[in-house]
Design a protein around this ligand. Structure first.
Ligand code: GLN
Length: 488
């Protein structure tokens, strides 16, 4: 079926005229209409815009001006500003917000010729690990609709897994690309902090947020990253570093690759069947010529508590702009300015966002700043130093992406700390600003599981090479949810 094809495969079909981008786009629009009722992966769809983009893509293909992404239907996480299209960030606060401009990521992907099918559901302001904090309701995992797809890029992951889009954009502040990629059986890459512009990407925690591709496989991720990455004068934290050709080195040999296994990532709390699946993946890497080295990241235990001071502190500051005055939700008939602020924010934000704003405001307040925020900045340094040490002896670090496969909808909503612990293996890389990718490995009881591969700064090409070599030897990334209605 055409929807099971990857970007690379579809690109070939478009080039030879086997099908047109308009036909391909129609096919995906139909699938979304039929299947998204049960998944809720989309906040909005833009079929007219998609078909217009597909027509110009077909034109570009005819005149020999097409690139590898020309005419490929994708979905944008609803955290990216899209000109003329609702950009809600999963919140009631922005339910009425039509962005007047495009995020740099959106602009770059448009220039590369993609077709945008719509905007993907997500946790409110990207705060969550299960997509249950969205104002638009939870997303269902296409592998088992009673389970969560992960978060915060849960709509993006579910859409790609269910073949409602060929690829998606996501953002990752503490795991939001890698964790849902693992839960939905797709490939998710969180690049080095600064690799991709954050301009027009609604801010959660500015020193941690990073955009990245969510795709079927590493070869597709290379193509998406190629289009998304690069310097942007509109984002002062965006790195002015050359962008290598990510597809060129995908098949390089892994002979002699040094793989570090942090003992802290294989301890208590890790589901034994997930551990077995990770072990099997590592065995394959050994057969491909990798040398496995035991390492320690001694401050791993500090990652979650550090993150839950730093991220809320930054979000409390970033979200102060939503005041009911300039844009977004405004309460009815405010009595005075203070009432306007209080009720607009009180009614516009959901419970998780309020919890974070309160924690962050507290941590930053006079008298507590040194005890919490400053302390967290210090432990953040220790965590980065652990990685610096490790990368003196290894090329990449491997471990599970998450401690368990996807959990049930509603299972953890009332227990924020258990929910936060889901990101135990992903958060440290954000604190250090490092890149990481999650790829599908052998499922556990029919549910997808991810292997996380962490690299040193700006080694995305190496990560994609390591991921791609595995995918050349395995079929896990080709598995589709076994729901017969989703896969007729
Ligand atoms: N789950 C983490 C949180 O709730 C990470 C979210 C993210 O990466 N955006 O903050």
């Amino acid at each position: 079926m055409i929807h099971n094809k990857s970007i690379v495969e579809l690109g070939a079909g478009l080039q030879t005229g086997e099908f047109s981008s308009v036909e391909l786009t129609h096919h995906f629009i139909q699938r979304i209409e039929q299947l998204d009722k049960d998944l809720n992966a989309f906040v909005s769809t833009t079929p007219e815009q998609a078909l217009a983009e597909a027509e110009s893509a077909d034109q570009a293909i005819k005149t020999g001006q097409a690139g590898p992404l020309t005419g490929i239907p994708i979905v944008q996480k609803d955290i990216f500003c899209t000109r003329g299209v609702k950009t809600s960030c999963g919140s009631k606060m922005l339910d009425n917000f039509i962005s007047p401009y495009d995020a740099t990521v959106v602009e770059k992907l448009k220039r590369a010729g993609v077709v945008s099918l719509g905007k993907a559901n997500m946790d409110e302001f990207a705060m969550g690990s299960s997509n249950e904090t969205s104002f638009y309701g939870p997303v269902h995992n296409p592998w088992d609709k009673g389970r969560v797809p992960g978060g915060s890029s849960g709509g993006s992951a579910a859409a790609v897994a269910a073949r409602l889009a060929v690829a998606a954009t996501g953002t990752d502040t503490g795991g939001s690309i890698r964790q849902p990629a693992a839960f939905c059986g797709i490939t998710g890459l969180k690049p080095t902090y600064g690799r991709i512009s954050r301009f027009g990407m609604i801010a959660f925690a500015s020193s941690l947020d990073q955009a990245g591709p969510m795709t079927r496989d590493a070869a597709d991720a290379a193509l998406m990253l190629q289009a998304m990455a690069g310097f942007d004068p509109k984002d002062s934290t965006c790195a002015n570093q050359p962008v290598p050709d990510y597809s060129a080195t995908l098949s390089d040999s892994l002979e002699g690759l040094k793989v570090g296994l942090p003992r802290e990532y294989f301890g208590e709390g890790l589901d034994p069947s997930v551990a077995a699946s990770v072990d099997a993946a590592i065995d394959l890497y050994k057969r491909l010529g990798a040398e496995v080295i035991d390492i320690s990241l001694p401050n791993s235990g500090l990652a979650v508590p550090t993150y839950y001071v730093v991220a809320p502190a930054e979000c409390s500051s970033n979200l102060s702009r939503f005041d009911g005055v300039r844009f977004g939700y405004r309460c009815q008939q405010p009595k005075d300015l203070e009432d306007l602020y209080k009720r607009s924010r009180g009614e516009g934000f959901g419970a998780e966002v309020k919890r974070r704003i309160m924690i962050g405001t507290y941590a930053l307040s006079a008298g507590y700043y040194d005890a919490y925020y400053l302390k967290a900045q210090k432990t953040r340094h220790l965590i980065s130093d652990d990685f610096k040490q490790a990368f003196k002896t290894v090329d990449v670090i491997m471990g599970p992406t998450t401690p368990t496969p996807a959990f049930g909808l509603g299972e953890k909503v009332d227990d924020p700390v258990t929910m936060y612990l889901n990101d135990i293996y992903t958060i440290a890389t954000n604190l250090a600003g490092l890149p990481g990718v999650s790829i599908p490995i052998e499922p556990v009881s029919g549910l997808p599981v991810g292997l996380q591969i962490i690299g040193n700064y700006f080694t995305e090409a190496k990560l994609l090479n390591v991921a791609h070599r595995f995918q050349q030897e395995t079929e896990w990334h080709r598995l589709a949810p076994e729901d017969s209605r989703l896969n007729p």
